[in-house]
Design a protein. Structure first.
Length: 165
């Protein structure tokens, strides 16, 4: 086990994550220098639907659950994200409130990137903008597939399909 700090581990992870891995070393160092580490214990709320959204987060260690409450008091699980995954980019990009709840499923180390740093960075780095659009498009496609499955497949088939499809 290495004696690296959570911030150093987080910065190393950010350098390797899909969004930033295609950047040159200078750009990766620039964006990771803005990242701030935060720790959460299992069960902690990381953000809530409707909260002000001024940051996106990367999971360094642990697993988080993204969900939305229903009108019947239940929750719809949208995704579980683990190490290397980014979330919170929607509110960061459009400046609107959070679109979901995020809870730590396990003890987690996250790296926070604030809007005031990310937006100017994206403006200077077209490769990062394109990669972020690819990530968002992939999530929209998966969401469309899930909605189609809910609308058109009967319950036994829906339950048999893996969640990641």
């Amino acid at each position: 086990m290495t004696n690296t700090s959570p911030a150093d581990r987080g910065r190393k992870l950010l350098e390797k994550c899909t969004l930033f891995s295609s950047l040159d070393e200078k750009a990766r160092r620039e964006i990771t220098a803005y990242a701030m580490p935060r720790s959460f214990v299992a069960g902690d709320s990381i953000c809530r639907l409707g909260d002000h959204g001024d940051s996106m987060m990367a999971v360094v260690v642990g697993t988080v659950r993204i969900s939305r409450p229903t009108s019947r008091g239940k929750e719809i699980i949208l995704a579980d994200f683990g190490s290397g995954e980014l979330f919170g980019e929607i509110a960061l990009l459009d400046g609107k409130p959070r679109s979901a709840n995020v809870v730590a499923l396990t003890n987690c180390e996250l790296m926070f990137l604030e809007r005031r740093n990310v937006i100017p960075f994206l403006e200077r780095n077209p490769a990062a903008r394109m990669k972020l659009m690819e990530i968002l498009c992939g999530r929209i496609r998966r969401s469309d597939e899930r909605m189609s499955n809910i609308a058109f497949l009967n319950l036994p088939i829906r339950l048999a399909k893996p969640a990641w499809e």
